[in-house]
Design a protein around this ligand. Sequence first.
Ligand SMILES: [Zn+2]
Length: 298
Amino acid sequence: MSNWNSGIHDRRLKEQICEIGRRVYNKGFAAANDGNISIRVGENEVLCSPTMICKGFMKPEDICAVDLYGNQIAGTRKRTSEVLLHLAIMRARPDVKAVVHCHPPHATAFGVAREPIPQCVLPEVEVFLGEIPFAPYETPGGQPFADTVLPFLKPGTNAMILTNHGTVSFGSNLEEAYWKTEIVDAYCRILILSRQLGGITYLDEQKSRELLDLKKRLGFDDPRFHEESCDLCGNSAFRDGYKENIPQVRAFEPPPSYPGYLQSPSSASSTAAAPAAIDQEALVKAITAQVLAALGQK
Ligand SMILES: [Zn+2]
């Protein structure tokens, strides 16, 4: 796990980029030559996918290496121009060792509709992701595009919508970075389907808090653990990151207004009833099993 700085000749990591590329392509997250993948392999070295290649058919020889500022240092193919986005994230968040950018249709649809992704709906999404902020639109490829994510890289953020473009997710290894994209797109798909069936139902305040307690116990970070003034479910942890175009709820019910995680709960829900305790135990078991399965893949 800690051997991330194994250098630009690490064939195993190049193969891992190819493997994640196949999954991205086979899931329909990247049409044609869309998407790009990177792994940090040293203080100033990053392996990344090349430009103009289908992510489903890459070979280890195709993988490029760049420094943390995007200068190509190895590889026969030209590096992707969007690697600047990956590098901006790695420079701002030294804990991030891998980045996946692609265009998964359901999550990207939220970015095109500019509809915020609701919180406090599905347990796994709360525990693994939390609020998914929207980086503003910019023409892809250059440094201004890469810099759009900077206001939203608070500790605990690990996935983002790129407005009118796609998604980016990241983590301490590539597997983890990738499965966050899968969770976001599966969640967005469920949200769209639920809306067709009549709408979404938010979890109540107590159940939402229980999920964040669980998240804390499992050792995951969340912006809501640090922001005194943000709501529990109101997508407000990144309010100060938006200069303009804050996504506005149009398709879904507006989120319920519960006090933030660091504030005291509303009195009605502060005493846990016995059946709730049983539910929570089952939930802890289910989510812990998923976490262990995910960590086992490292
Ligand atoms: Zn893209």
